[in-house]
Ligand binder design. Structure first.
Ligand code: SF4
Ligand code: SF4
Length: 205
């Protein structure tokens, strides 16, 4: 898997969930299909009058989530910015050509007055496949995106008792000094953290 394949998969999914936070700190989420994809970028259309646009303008942070029929979750964490003014018209036209239904929603030139295109060129992409055994997760970036680490890790306080490995639902802890978590197969369920007698398991992030 890689970032480009993740974007392709999102394109096949078609309708994605976009999450932001509003001015009161409350989560806001909506589905968007007015999206144009490039190998390392995503462009999406919304209306300038929508709260979504206001939230993007105020902060820009957005999470984009898609889920395939093969139980693959793909999540982008990114900052969205408006495409340059000089590119707005072309970007809008590209998205409307690829998504003909939009011409019913914003007929004629109303699209240019109402619409705005945002772009995502820097992002962290999380791929999480629950349809394979063991489960598989990995992170990638596009542009200047940053990888953040989550889940758990085992420190030198490990005494090798094996309790964590026994209670790991994915059997992804291997023995050693210290024991080690295979991060690509970890659910982040926290069982190892809960059962370790020496608190050798630490949370990441
Ligand atoms: S439960 Fe804790 S001490 Fe025991 S093997 Fe796992 S990490 Fe090491
Ligand atoms: S968090 Fe859960 S899946 Fe991951 S290593 Fe610990 S017990 Fe296993």
């Amino acid at each position: 898997m890689d970032a480009q394949t993740c974007l392709k998969k999102l394109e096949y999914v078609g309708v994605l969930a976009f999450a932001t936070v509003d001015e009161n700190g409350a989560p806001q989420i909506r589905n968007i299909s007015a999206i144009h994809y490039e190998p390392e970028a995503m462009y999406f259309f919304t209306a300038k009058g929508k709260a979504f646009c206001k939230e993007l303008m105020a902060d820009g942070r957005v999470q984009v989530l898609g889920y395939t029929k093969y139980k693959e979750m793909i999540r982008l964490s990114a900052k969205a910015v408006p495409s340059p003014e000089t590119e707005q018209r072309t970007r809008i036209d590209t998205i409307f050509e690829e998504q003909p239904y939009l011409a019913n929603v914003y007929p004629g030139d109303t699209r240019y007055l109402a619409g705005i295109v945002f772009e995502i060129t820097d992002a962290e992409i999380e791929y999480f496949n629950l349809g394979v055994n063991p489960i598989f997760r990995e992170k990638y970036i596009i542009g200047n995106g940053q990888i953040t680490f989550k889940g758990y890790t085992i420190t030198d306080a490990c005494i090798g008792c094996g309790k964590c490995a026994k209670d790991c639902p994915q059997r992804c802890i291997v023995s050693g000094k210290p024991y080690q978590i295979q991060q690509e197969h970890c659910l982040h369920c926290g069982n190892c953290y809960a059962v370790c007698p020496t608190h050798a398991v630490e949370k990441r992030g």
